[in-house]
Write a protein that binds this ligand. Structure first.
Ligand code: ZN
Ligand code: ZN
Length: 377
């Protein structure tokens, strides 16, 4: 349904800019929410209505579009009238001598629905991001480099993160750049000046007059960045790698936050890890433990030989020096600790049984000899 802006302002289709200005001034004073006799909500609606008509008819291009296509020619579908490109704000502000609304709001807030007004335009550092990265023990041993796809906000190139179409912030029309507003009051026979932070610009003294078309005024754009992160040799589970500036873009052109990559080292098939040391359990037949011999022990690069001396007891721990993980903040490597697990055979062949029986008998005799020697002393 098209709106009749001429009717709204009570003027003819051939009205001159001066006619329009005069008509608007009268109606704006009548509907200004702070002075209107209407209910506040109704007054606000009316005030917006006449302001919209004024904005369109005062702009030659918009007026031409409106005359040809109706109000659909100057509005944006369901979103309605786009106040963000409201160019005659200064005129309206001047009409009321820069006067705001009661309750701290300003004209600017009113037209922008309080959105742009409350935002402020101070540069702020962007949020930090966290990325959980799983790596293998092998990667932690050798060190590696990973490319991460990070969805994040980056600074809008078009407006250099300012959010303003011109790439520059402009002086706040409410406070004229001071960031503060002073209110003169007379009470108890004296004059008081109250100074308050300007709500329009949040105290920065600067505003976005026309929003950047590329980013819609946020100064940021959603994208997926490929970030290369290098995993140091000896990386430990739970360690955080900081990638400076790889977090979210800052507001109002502020610096980006950081990206924290949290390392999670997956469990290894054969090794348990504690810091720079690795723990391994080697299963050996009881004969090897008794007679001594060589045991193959895996390492992070290939394997090594462990010399087991004769008569080694189950659970004995051997240290294989410098075969563990690289030390994170210094030179060299930790160690591999090998725990010997002596395996007793579950099944024996007839021949093995015979030999072991004989072995048992010999052990018994050795024992007797031992006791008889005790007796003789
Ligand atoms: Zn201001
Ligand atoms: Zn932009």
């Amino acid at each position: 349904m098209t709106k009749d802006y001429y009717e709204t302002l009570g003027i003819s289709k051939t009205a001159s800019p001066d006619d329009i200005k005069r008509a608007y001034r009268k109606l704006a004073q009548q509907y200004h929410p702070d002075v209107s006799k209407l209910e506040r909500k109704e007054a606000e609606e009316k005030f917006k209505e006449v302001s919209e008509a004024y904005e369109v008819l005062m702009d030659p291009d918009k007026r031409r579009n409106y005359d040809s296509f109706g109000s659909e020619g100057v509005t944006f579908g369901s979103r309605g009238f786009d106040w963000s490109n409201f160019t005659h704000f200064q005129d309206i502000s001047d009409l009321f001598g820069g006067m705001g609304f009661s309750g701290g709001g300003s004209l600017f807030d009113f037209f922008f629905g309080g959105q742009a007004g409350r935002r402020g335009t101070y540069p702020e550092t962007g949020a930090s991001l966290q990325y959980d990265l799983e790596i293998s023990l092998d990667e932690a041993y050798k060190g590696s480099s990973r490319r991460l796809e990070i969805p994040r906000d980056v600074r809008c190139e078009k407006c250099s993160g300012t959010g303003a179409e011109s790439g520059k912030l402009e002086q706040c029309p409410t406070c004229h750049g001071s960031g503060q507003l002073s209110y003169r009051q007379t009470a108890l026979g004296g004059h008081f000046v109250t100074v308050r932070t300007c709500q329009t610009c949040g105290g920065s003294g600067k505003v976005i007059r026309e929003r950047c078309k590329s980013c819609g005024g946020s100064g940021k754009k959603q994208t997926t960045s490929t970030i290369e992160v290098s995993i140091p040799k000896g990386a430990e589970d739970g360690m955080r790698l900081r990638v400076r500036g790889a977090g979210e873009a800052g507001a109002n052109g502020g610096p980006s936050g950081d990206l924290y990559v949290v390392i999670h080292v997956t469990e290894h098939e054969v090794f348990n890890r504690e810091g720079e040391n690795l723990y391994y359990t080697a299963e050996v037949p009881f004969t090897l433990a008794a007679l001594g011999g060589e045991v193959d022990v895996p390492t992070m690069v290939s394997k090594a030989k462990l010399q087991v001396p004769p008569g080694t007891q189950p659970g004995t721990v051997f240290r294989m020096s410098s075969l563990g993980m690289p030390r994170l903040n210094s030179r060299g490597n930790g160690d591999i600790y090998v725990t010997l697990k002596v395996v007793v055979p579950r099944k024996l062949s007839a021949e093995q049984k015979q030999i072991l029986k004989k072995f048992g008998e010999l052990e018994e005799e050795k024992g007797k000899g031992f006791f008889s020697r005790l007796k003789n002393t």
